[in-house]
Write a protein that binds this ligand. Structure first.
Ligand code: HEM
Length: 429
């Protein structure tokens, strides 16, 4: 047998050890290089990836929620942050949600025009869900549901034909308004807010339900609101405060039901009021149209917006809208018709009262266009250029809400060079 000498064995061992050491060194060098390359790539990626918009420092999990809870009303705190940080775009993190506020016209254009397709979603929240009966109206829905409700609203309810058909009802309400102001004008003063809000409420009920009062016969007073109409307006204007009220459970949905900020109790109370006042009218009308369909009777002409909603049919001749969709859309139209339009009367009037020269010019224009022999009519509006300019100016200097209803991004996007992650709530200030 062949046995290597001790010297040979030592030499062989040394060679093996050197080879192993070399291999280890090579491997270490190789891994170090890969790690360095990976670190460089990550650094480059970080460098290229746009940053989130500026905002206050966040805490783990809570984000800025603790600050939000300590700074009420939240919209004032957000405006203060924008001022103090001297920025036009702000990022807060409330729970897992990035809430982005945009406060410049250029960036607003980027949100609404350039990124329109990415901003198509709306936030999920207890109040939005409640008032839209499960995201079934236009403003709260997305995707196919939004297309369906938007088509019903834009093509059927707000169509030029319907506008013409409803002219008589609007004129009737304008006459009521003039009579009411005339008979309630104490020493030359009138409560503009009371009058405009109830005028818009009467118009809304007349156009949607075909009646200005809930109780039949109407309350025996001088054309003003009865008890139910007062409760209706109070509920509508209270409801407006809740969909974007920064409720804690909107950002931590697991907390829904605990009602930590008391919003759920108020919203449920409002839903009861709307249900008590709207539901009997809606149910009765749905039954009437169901009977017309069942009996194959020739359909009568639609007389109001509710008729339009319950008479719409799908391709098979079945009702297009479910009960919840009809409830959601009627409530949406009524809220939209009393809120912004009543502000659109109140602010320009307030500005004109404080600027007598402007008021005089507007009155002079009325005297020229309408004259003193008759009352102003809807058809005069196109010729009242100065008055329309005053209304537009009031829109500009008095935004009606601190923020637009939030849009939710359906994918990552960029605004003003900043990263706006998917599922962010984007608000225009
Ligand atoms: C002075 C009058 C009005 C003003 C200033 C106004 C203002 C607005 C604003 C700022 C939005 C949010 C747009 C956005 O998504 O960022 C909006 C949405 C909407 N408004 Fe109005 N509005 C007025 C009257 C009305 C009326 C009379 C109706 C219904 C009859 C109405 C129905 C709606 C609907 C359905 C949406 C949601 C649209 C959608 O998400 O596709 N609005 N409005």
């Amino acid at each position: 047998m062949f046995f290597p000498s001790t010297a040979n064995m030592c030499e062989q061992n040394n060679t093996i050890i050197v080879s192993i050491a070399m291999t280890i060194l090579l491997l270490v060098a190789f891994f170090c290089r890969i790690k360095k390359q990976a670190a460089m790539a990550a650094k480059n990626k970080r460098k290229k990836q746009p940053k989130l918009p500026p905002g206050p420092a966040t805490m783990p999990v809570l984000g800025n929620m603790h600050q939000m809870l300590m700074n009420k009303p939240v919209f004032r705190w957000i405006h203060r942050l924008l001022d103090e940080m001297d920025i036009e775009i702000l990022c807060l993190r409330l729970g897992r949600v990035h809430v982005i506020t945009v406060a410049s016209p250029e960036m607003a254009r980027e949100v609404l025009r350039k990124n329109d397709a990415v901003m198509t979603s709306r936030p999920a929240s207890f109040a939005w869900r409640a008032f839209s009966f499960g995201y079934k109206n236009t403003i709260g829905s997305t995707g196919d549901q939004w297309k369906k409700m938007r088509r019903a609203l834009a093509s059927e309810i707000l169509s030029p034909a319907m506008e013409c058909r409803m002219l008589g009802r609007r004129d009737e309400e304008a006459d009521h308004l003039v009579n009411y102001v005339y008979s309630h004008c104490n020493n030359g003063t009138v409560d503009v807010r009371h009058v405009t809000r109830h005028f818009c409420g009467n118009i809304a009920r007349k156009l949607v339900f075909g009646r200005r009062h809930f109780s039949m016969p109407p309350p025996a007073n001088s054309g003003g609101p009865g008890h139910d109409e007062g409760a209706h307006m109070d509920a509508l204007f209270t409801a407006l405060d809740y969909p974007s009220a920064f409720s804690v459970s909107d950002y931590f949905p697991a907390l829904v039901g605990l009602d930590l900020d008391g919003h759920e109790e108020v919203v449920n109370g409002l839903l009861n009021t709307f249900g008590r006042l709207h539901d009997p009218i809606i149910m009765e009308r749905m039954q009437e149209w169901r009977a017309l369909r069942r009996n194959g009777v020739e359909r009568r002409e639609v007389a109001d917006f509710l008729d339009v909603l319950v008479s719409l049919e799908d391709a098979q001749g079945n009702p297009l809208l479910s009960l919840d969709e009809v409830k959601a859309e009627t409530l949406e139209i009524i809220i939209a018709t009393v809120d912004n339009p009543s502000n659109a009367v109140e602010w320009p009037l307030a500005e004109m009262v404080n600027n007598p020269n402007v008021m005089k010019k507007a009155v002079d224009e009325l005297d020229v266009v309408v004259g003193k022999e008759r009352l102003v009519e809807e058809s005069d509006i196109q010729n009242l250029t100065y008055l329309k300019a005053c209304i537009r100016e009031a829109f500009r200097i008095h935004p009606y809400h601190p923020f637009n209803p939030p849009h939710v991004t359906i994918s990552d996007t960029i605004i003003a060079g900043y990263l706006i992650p998917k599922d962010s709530h984007v608000m225009l200030s």
